[in-house]
Design a protein around this ligand. Structure first.
Ligand SMILES: *[C@@H]1O[C@H](CO)[C@@H](O)[C@H](O)[C@H]1NC(C)=O
Length: 362
């Protein structure tokens, strides 16, 4: 303060210091006022410009939509196909084989094969995979096997081997395969996609009956119940309920994480596990987009499936009790499953994978 010099002031030191402090006070007041007004104006400007932008954007997107929809009526083409004459553009495909000579199977066979089984398999599970595939092939499923151990030839002893599709890439999980080989446009013809693990006992499971149940119940995402006596059950909602056809909700009245009729979220309601999920065509189109490229075990993805339920997850997601499987919890791909065998791999919730940070739990 002493460094401030007050010019041409009275020589009387008392009135001089009085005037000086008055001046400093005024300066401070002005400063504070200036800063405050600056902020208010800025805030107001920001808000008004934001408002203007959003009004502009709304008007703009409305007009774009109008243009697009009128354009779409004439020629809504997949990108890259614009140069082709209308009528020869084929947007989707399927996994049907075609005869080398003679007439093609134009739609004839595909009217039989309406659903797809895709499994990641290793030769160590040969027998159990054989049992699963035999059931699905005899129910006219298309079968696609992802070989994570690189072994293909040893499956040739089975009569169905030539009728299945084999994809082999070493040490990749079914999510990696599914993202690369089950693009929704490629599997567009299949009403249901079964994306299963290989360690499932299917003695009490019939694929055809299962499909008629999920169709009838309107389940977009489902799984067969697990036989609780013979399976390793990680989540109560997946356990089979006796004398029931389908359940969508589980009850837990004790301990942490209670589940009752008011529960609206997993794991009480609207939830399936990732070992044997079954997706409708529409749900798969959604789930495919949710599978991140670097996904490995897909822990945590089960909690996000509600986004893909095509509506109310408490209605469209369920567990089928009357067609059920045994989860054998065999060591399949890598050491993690061995941990599971020793009872350490139960709760993967602390190891949620690779979903973008902005994804909120639903
Ligand atoms: C696959 O994983 C096994 C076990 O972790 C490893 O020994 C093997 O070298 C891996 N193979 C390839 C081709 O990465």
């Amino acid at each position: 303060m002493k460094t401030l010099t007050c010019i041409s002031l009275p020589s009387d030191p008392k009135s001089r210091s009085y005037l000086c402090s008055l001046f400093i006070g005024a300066c401070l007041f002005c400063g504070v006022y200036f800063l405050a007004s600056e902020f208010t104006v800025k805030d107001y400007k920001d808000r008004s410009s934001r408002w203007q932008i959003s009004v502009f954007q709304n008007a703009h997107s409305n007009s774009i939509q109008n243009i697009q929809s009128s354009k779409c009526k004439n020629q809504c083409r997949p990108s890259g196909s614009e140069a082709l004459p209308e009528g020869i553009v084929v947007k989707t495909s399927n996994l049907e084989v075609q005869p080398l000579w003679g007439a093609t199977l134009n739609g004839e066979k595909s009217s039989l094969s309406k659903s797809l089984l895709a499994m990641a398999v290793g030769i160590k599970q040969k027998e159990i995979v054989n049992q699963i595939v035999e059931k699905f092939i005899s129910s006219n499923f298309v079968v696609m096997l992802f070989h994570y151990d690189g072994v293909v030839d040893e499956w040739r002893e089975f009569a169905w081997s030539d009728h299945a599709m084999h994809v082999t890439v070493v040490n990749q999980t079914k999510w990696w395969f599914a993202k690369r080989f089950l693009h929704p446009d490629i599997v567009a013809e299949y009403n249901y996609i079964f994306l299963w693990d290989e360690d499932l006992g299917v003695e009490n499971f019939h694929p055809g009956r299962y499909i008629s149940i999920v169709e009838d119940e309107g389940l977009e995402i489902s799984q067969p119940a697990l036989d609780p006596k013979k399976s390793r059950v990680h989540h109560q909602i997946t356990a089979r309920v006796r004398n029931s056809r389908v359940h969508r909700r589980t009850y837990k009245h004790r301990g942490s994480g209670r589940c009752d009729d008011q529960s609206t979220a997993p794991p009480c309601v609207g939830w399936v596990e990732m070992m044997a999920p079954v997706f409708s065509k529409a749900a798969w189109r959604c789930v495919w987009h949710m599978i991140q490229n670097e996904l490995i075990h897909a822990w945590g993805v089960d909690m996000q499936l509600g986004y893909c339920a095509q509506g109310d997850r408490t209605k469209n997601v369920g567990v089928v009790d009357s067609e059920y499987v045994v989860h054998l919890a065999l060591p399949t791909l890598g050491v993690l499953d061995e941990n599971e065998l020793h009872g350490e791999g139960h709760d993967h919730s602390s190891q949620r994978e690779k979903l973008p940070k902005s994804v909120a739990l639903v």
